[in-house]
Structure formats: C-alpha cells, structure tokens
Write a protein that binds this ligand. Structure first.
Ligand SMILES: Nc1ncnc2c1ncn2[C@@H]1O[C@H](COP(=O)(O)OP(=O)(O)O)[C@@H](O)[C@H]1O
Ligand SMILES: Cc1cn([C@H]2C[C@H](O)[C@@H](COP(=O)(O)O)O2)c(=O)[nH]c1=O
Length: 219
C-alpha cells in the first residue's frame, strides 16, 4: 500500500542525503519518481546535500498544486510511482493535503523530508500538517549533536553570532561554520541549551571566564 512518510530531524541531520538515497534506491529498481524541493540553500530547483551530492529538482512555490502536476505528468505519458519532497516544512498545509490525496487516490508513495520546528521551537505549518497526516513519521537515525554532546533536538538562529528568538519564520541559511555563511546562521542544540539560549560560542565565552566548561545547569 502506498504511504506518506515524513522523515524529520534537525537541520544538518542528513535529511537531504537520505532524500537523494531514497530516490536512488527506488530508481535503481525501475521505479519512476519526481523530486521536489523549496528554497534549498544551493538555489532554485536544486536539491543539495552537505555530503556534496546535488541534483535538479522541481521548485515548489505558493502556486504549486501537486495533484495537478502529477495529473499533467501522467497525461503526457510519464509514469509516476513516487515523489521525493525535500524542505517540506516550507510547503503549505494545502499542499501537504494534496500529497496525502495522491497517496490515497493515486497510490503514489510520498517521501517527505524536513525540519519540524523553527528557531523559536514552533512547528512550521507544513511540518505540522505532515505530522497530522503522515502514515509514519521517521526520526533520522544519525544523531546530530548539541555542543554539550546531548542529542540535538532544536534549531537555533544566530544573527551576528547572537542567538535570537524573534524574526521571520523563514530565512534560508546554513549552520555555523559553513563556507559561505552570512550574518544569519543556525546551530542545532538540545532543548536544555535552546531554552537557556546557550550556543557553543556562549559556552566558550563562559568557560574562558570560569576556566571550566559551563553546561548551563547552575543558578
Ligand atoms: N565532511 C563530512 N564528512 C562526513 N559527513 C559529513 C560531512 N559533512 C557533512 N556530513 C554529514 O552530512 C550531514 C548533513 O547532511 P544533509 O543531508 O545536508 O543534512 P540536512 O538535509 O538534514 O540538513 C551531517 O549531519 C553529517 O552527518
Ligand atoms: C530553523 C529554521 C531554519 N530555516 C531554514 C534554514 C535552511 O535554509 C532550512 C533548513 O534546511 P536543512 O536542509 O534542514 O539544513 O530552513 C528557516 O527558514 N527558519 C528556521 O527557523
């Protein structure tokens, strides 16, 4: 039976890599798929992994209707067995509903990949609808880690090196240390350190003062 699966994890946890691997494995068995993304860091109509792989993809916009797109592909004679949908947190709830309908009524598999929460720890609308509708929500197996060594579960945004909790929900960007990072950057943290607004830079600053690594647990 066809499935809508949402593979979720923090930023930099391997979702785009898994999206590319998923497409590769299905294509290698003769299945035919369409690859979608929205606002990938590598630019319009590209799906990129930090491991270096990058492929062409269909860019999702506010105007995209997945139901109509698949119908048009099929009318032109193309077989569509599955969809790979990266950066799915940026899709609208209505678009996620179109994906669910394709699974149920056309028997396509839909593999969606995305982060669940934004820099304020709030669900993205697209991710929320995926959690509500998916047959399965799969957490990525490779753990991304907070600077303290705990599993990273949340995404922090920094502006000029300072963690912020206000601003636009969508600002395309990369994790700190990325080669072409701008003033807005991201860092994955455990909940404890997200709540305490303690990034790696903050921890380093404090340890310089105290001479000890401060895990932020004190009063
Ligand atoms: N130089 C490297 N060597 C090995 N693994 C790397 C390297 N750079 C990145 N990675 C792996 O790639 C992952 C990020 O993959 P990516 O698909 O871009 O993540 P996401 O789509 O979740 O943001 C990192 O968590 C890490 O495991
Ligand atoms: C937390 C957060 C992230 N984003 C953006 C930053 C990146 O462009 C993508 C996530 O991509 P990845 O492949 O998972 O690293 O989302 C954002 O716009 N707003 C946020 O709050």
């Amino acid at each position: 039976m066809a499935e809508l699966v949402f593979f979720s994890g923090t930023m930099d946890s391997g979702k785009s890599t898994l999206a590319l691997q998923t497409d590769h494995n299905h294509a290698a068995r003769g299945r035919s798929g369409l690859i979608f993304t929205r606002d990938d860091r590598a630019g319009t109509s590209r799906l990129s992994s930090r491991l270096g792989l990058e492929v062409d993809a269909r860019e999702v916009t506010d105007a995209t209707d997945f139901w109509d797109m698949v119908a048009a592909e099929r009318q032109s004679g193309r077989v569509v067995d599955y969809l790979v949908c990266d950066e799915a947190q940026f899709y609208s709830p209505a678009q996620v509903e179109q994906l669910a309908r394709l699974v149920d009524e056309v028997e396509l598999d839909v593999f969606a990949f995305g982060i669940t929460t934004d820099f304020r720890t709030r669900l993205f609308p697209g991710a929320a609808r995926l959690i509500e509708l998916a047959d399965r929500v799969e957490e990525l197996q490779v753990r991304s880690l907070c600077w303290c060594g705990a599993r990273a579960t949340h995404n922090a945004r920094t502006v000029g090196g300072v963690m912020v909790v206000e601003g636009d929900q969508v600002v395309v960007g990369d994790v700190a240390g990325a080669p072409d990072g701008g003033p807005v950057s991201y860092e994955v943290l455990c909940r404890r350190h997200h709540m305490r607004r303690m990034t790696q830079a903050d921890a380093r600053r404090r340890s310089t003062v105290t001479g000890q690594l401060d895990l932020g647990g004190g009063a």
